[in-house]
Design a protein around this ligand. Sequence first.
Ligand SMILES: [Zn+2]
Length: 373
Amino acid sequence: MIEAGTENGEPYVVLGDTVLYPEGGGQPADRGRVGGIIVTDVRKSDGVILHILEQPLETGDVTVELDWARRFDHMQQHTAQHLLTAVAADRFGWPTTAFHLGEHVSDVELDVAAIDEEQLRSLENAVAAEVRAARPVTARRVSRDEYERTDVRSRGLPAGHAGDVRLVEIDGVDLNTCGGTHCSSTAELEAIKLLGTESLRGGTRVFYVAGERLRRRLGQEVERTAALRGVLGAADDELIGAAELRIEQVKDGARTVRRLEDELTVAIAHKLAGRTEAVSVEHVGNHDLSFMQRLAREFASLDPTRAVPLTAGGEEAGFFLLAAGEMSDVDVTEIGPRIAEAMGGSGGGKGRMFQGRVSRLSDRAAAVALLPR
Ligand SMILES: [Zn+2]
């Protein structure tokens, strides 16, 4: 170990040598352990590689362990990008302008306004042929002079780059500058699936997954489809139709409920209008505020001279609504809060309607006795 310290409160170590890759070139940093301590990040800072650790580490010789499953996944996604970039540029004339290795899905941004479904399948097929060809992938360092003389598909060297240049070659397909980690053959990519496209800044993002991720994702899709077969009681090719049918049935059901509620508000309003007592509270069971408002409006149209107090809810907690008709002299904004308070609640209102939540519905008879008779 060369150095131990902290940066922004995080302990780090700098090592004489390391197998952990720091974030760069679109490839995320490796994970692993240094001296048994979990590495939470690896990054380059002023030319040195900082291993950010979960806890501080004493100086001395250390063993570095690499999270190989994560690294190999990154190698597969990253090498897939090299292949995708080369095939898209050379066979289709679509240069790559950006690359993003995501946690679930990766993408390349291609300099083309749009890619249709058929072109996407052609690109996928062309890439698959190169996977099947099991082309060797190798890396080597060349001098700056040799680099200048070599025909490299390059985005140019990073600012301040000095010394040798690392070239990565997919035999017969691609030669590029890159400092990342790669598979040793396109066969190690297993397969590349293009998932779809998205327009962005005049170009097109192509989303893909490669390798073990692809198998894992397919496994998840298969599980999800099996679960949906169970939920909808339909075969695979009937799933969408079955889901659409269920949604239609739910909408139909909601329309029926709405119609029955409207009929019910009219019936209750007529019942209330027929009462002789000046003030009585009507409890409408487990209906919501919207139902109470519709009922209040219905009642006000039948008898504009009276005010109607309504409650809804379960044993104790629920809603309170007080509505006064056009010709009623009850001031709901004055007396509403007092009635709500008498039922352990509060609320608000304007004009001729006051509503709120209450916590003691059993006190409703005493509470509405506050209304003028
Ligand atoms: Zn690379």
